[in-house]
Write a protein that binds this ligand. Structure first.
Ligand code: GLN
Length: 451
């Protein structure tokens, strides 16, 4: 049924870069056979899923939205891919994304933009716009995203779906094509909080293949999603996020969510996190710095595209020609920014200062979580904007992640859950919930109470 749905609507939505019809049917039949044999099956056995094209899938094209990896078929599965398969999840295909996960609109994909199913002329968010659009268009009930600065939560918010960035280190990055390794985190997306929780438990957990993987028990997020009770919880409203510069309908729905939580017995307090004001500039030094280093591997020699190799040019010339042809403008912008920020003489002023801001942000969170159980804010300042509106204005594009970035810098857990439509444009609004590291279960308790 989901493959039929994809066939019917994906020409318009363009959520998928690759649909693995044969593999999906084979996986579904394998689950059927196990069921017929009386084998005990997990809760997600046979459930279809859309996988962001930044996770390696053995033998299945994996592009990270870039021409650089066009036609590449990885020789191995990412840990997330492997866990999904072990859970009997049916992987329908790979979803569209901003190139190497750099962007907030999916317009930076080398394979063309994805439409927001609520209004196809608008962006579905990014970088994981394909995964969110697949959910909103009912092409898949589950999806996987990655969140380096908001790429799970912001697409969730603007498509009326649920997205969670788990605690940094709780979902393995092995086989996740690296953008900014100290920030990248895979996570679950779905249309309901409980579905998201079931997927969370399937993919999270320690992995010896990822040196930053946390060796700690996965919080009981499914039980929390079923609990849905906020009585007595202390909920902090982040003072720095909201008000001026935010769309009126976004603030209206956010304020209603605050009142809903109060009426359900939560205690609401205003919390100030002054360093959050500097999160965006710090992020746009740290993420490009790490990306300039991570993307050095695309050298035309090891895998992917190779341009201009006529047997006479030097390796350096072929590498330069290939990187010029294979990377899009946003990726090049970031590699240049990052290379500059890391260069000798500038390192302390740029990268070093950004790391100090990162510490201040973590301290703001620590102070806040000494007082409250969770923090809340709007997920994004506006609803989905029209395709093309911010495409040539990187600064305007970067603002889409104003509220989501602090959690990446601090490595804690955060969710976006739908909280209604903005009255002025009838487009979805997201409520962001933030919990301390390794307290991901709190997101689900609060998210399930308000959804
Ligand atoms: N939009 C942010 C960026 O462009 C975040 C991307 C992400 O989370 N992958 O870097």
């Amino acid at each position: 049924a989901h493959l039929d749905r994809i066939n019917a609507v994906d020409e318009k939505v363009h959520a998928f870069l690759h649909v693995d019809t044969d593999g999906a049917l084979e996986a579904a039949r394998a689950v059927d056979a196990k069921r017929a044999a009386g084998e005990e099956l997990g809760p997600l056995a046979g459930v279809p899923l859309a996988l962001k094209d930044v996770f390696t899938t053995k033998g299945i094209p994996t592009t990270a939205g870039s021409k650089m990896l066009e036609g590449w078929r990885p020789p191995y599965d990412a840990t997330v891919t492997r866990r999904l398969k072990e859970a009997g999840v049916v992987i329908l295909g790979k979803t569209n994304m901003d190139e190497f996960a750099m962007g907030s609109s999916t317009e930076n994909s080398a394979y063309g933009p994805t439409g927001n199913p609520w209004d196809l002329s608008r962006i579905p968010g990014g970088s994981g716009g394909g995964s969110a659009a697949a959910l909103a268009a009912f092409e898949a009930p589950l999806a996987i995203g990655t969140d380096t600065g908001g790429s799970i939560r912001q697409p969730g918010a603007v498509t009326g779906t649920v997205g969670v960035k788990p605690t940094y280190g709780s979902v393995s990055r092995y086989g996740l094509i690296a953008f900014s390794s100290s920030l990248d985190q895979g996570g679950p997306c779905a249309r309901t909080v409980l579905d998201t929780a079931l997927l969370h438990e399937a993919i999270a957990g320690w992995d010896p293949m990822d040196s930053t993987s946390i060796n700690a028990p996965v919080p009981a997020v499914v039980a929390a999603a079923r609990h849905a009770d906020v009585k007595g919880m202390r909920v902090g409203v982040v003072k720095e996020f909201g008000g001026e510069g935010y769309q009126a309908g976004v603030m209206q729905r956010f304020n209603e969510s605050v009142e809903l939580l109060r009426s359900l017995g939560a205690e609401i307090v205003e919390i100030s996190c002054p360093s959050f004001t500097y999160a965006l500039p710090a992020y746009y030094l740290i993420a490009p710095s790490e990306c300039s280093s991570n993307l050095a591997r695309f050298d035309a020699m090891r895998y992917g595209l190779r341009v201009g190799d006529n047997g006479e040019r030097s390796a350096e010339e072929v590498t330069a020609l290939t990187r010029e042809a294979g990377f899009g403008p946003e990726v090049k912008r970031r590699i240049m920014l990052g290379t500059y920020a890391l260069s000798s003489g500038y390192y302390d002023a740029y990268y070093g200062s950004a790391q100090k801001v990162r510490t201040l942000i973590s301290r703001d969170f620590d102070r806040a979580f000494g007082d409250v159980d969770v923090l809340i804010s709007p997920t994004t300042p506006t609803t989905a904007f029209p395709i093309g509106e911010r495409a040539d204005d990187p600064m305007a594009m970067y603002l889409a992640d104003l509220c989501t970035i602090p959690s990446n810098l601090a490595g804690n857990a955060a969710m976006s859950v739908p909280c209604g439509l903005a009255p002025e444009d009838n487009l979805p609004v997201g409520l962001q919930i933030i919990a301390p590291a390794l307290a991901d279960d709190r997101l689900y308790r609060v998210g399930a109470a308000v959804e």
